[in-house]
Design a protein around this ligand. Sequence first.
Ligand code: GKR
Ligand code: MG
Length: 427
Amino acid sequence: MRITDLISTQIAIGDPPLLNAAGLHAPYALRIIVEVVTDQGFVGLSEIPGSDRTYKAMEELKPHLIGMDVFQFNAIKNLIREKLGGVEDSRGETPWDQRLLVHLFSAIEVACLDCIGKKLNKPVVDLLGGRSREKVPFSAYLFYKYEGAGGDLGFEVDHDQSGWLKARQEEALSPKQIVSQARAMCEEFGFQSIKLKGGVKPPEEEYECILALREEFGPNVPLRLDPNALWSLKTATKYGKKLEGLLEYFEDPVRGQEEMGQLAKRINIPLATNMCTTSFEDIPQSIALESERIILSDHHFWGGLRACIELNRICHTLGRGFSMHSNSHVGISMAAMVHLGAAVPHLDYALDTHYPWQVDEVIKGGKIKIENGFVDVLEGPGLGVELDRDQLQRLHQQFLNSGLKERNDEIEMKKVDPQWEFKLQRW
Ligand code: GKR
Ligand code: MG
């Protein structure tokens, strides 16, 4: 089955003013929707983080990918390396991963798997080894935030909303407000574990938030805190000790494998990462330094769904936990995450997702349902989702109107506080 066309569409999805270590989310998050068209009439879908650079690289690859067989993943990977291997390609210092090649390969791989699944009339989970579970657990993902709905409303709110849609617009800057955000999110989606995005407030305040969440939800709801590497070793040791017994895991409190390894020896909380061990090449050093106990995989930057299956086996063999990282996304990424989450033999923790924060959707039938904190495995064929072309067009227009070219949370934060600067270490 050969590729006859590759259509990449840049979209912008409304995103509320969420705060993180790198600043503030823009009113829109950027994604690229990729369609791989084949000579047998099957069209495969995928979704990756958007930027002009990624879009242009995909367009550059397009003529070379046309004619390739959707089953030949190794040849496709070699081609991407051959055509773009010379580019500067590092993950950067931001909480999110900025590498180009892994994202491009993931986009093509997922869309090809969707084509293959459609051709065989099988869900993607069956191409990854079949179901290890019938439904996939997700965790609540809390953010400090300014008041506002994002999208066209920016910092304003839509007063016609109720329930979670109302709560997602509310300011959350204090422990009390974070607890009420958590209550609303858990009531709506039934999440049974909770992550707080940290690296925003001074550590004492983030610690107080964790205490408030524990008091509200009790010891049976696992809690996680993710300062995105903004704390010094000294600060992370001090607060790590105070957080012992409160956290299920502590995500990227400090920067780099060496400091993570040192911290791991000082505190009794498992460390997790989506920042310091992010590729297979990082694993030997991670084992030598014992930098984390849990790897938060992500098919968008680990090089596709099949790579994450390999990672899962490596984690299990080496006694490491496995879960999943996320960024603002819509339903195609969600579907891919669910197929992967259903297939991996060893799933130790509920997965991250930003999905509740996004209202826009690009798939037919609206948003995929999260119930009691779980998503049922999608039946397929392929990813089991269909593109809603009217929505795709609307979200593409939204992208054009937004004027955004790439994600830059520092620039967005400076619009609110011109003195604010991104720092590698803040506390
Ligand atoms: O969306 O602000 C955000 C997050 O900070 C995201 O960019 C991170 O990549 O969720 C991510 C994380 O777990 O570090
Ligand atoms: Mg993280």
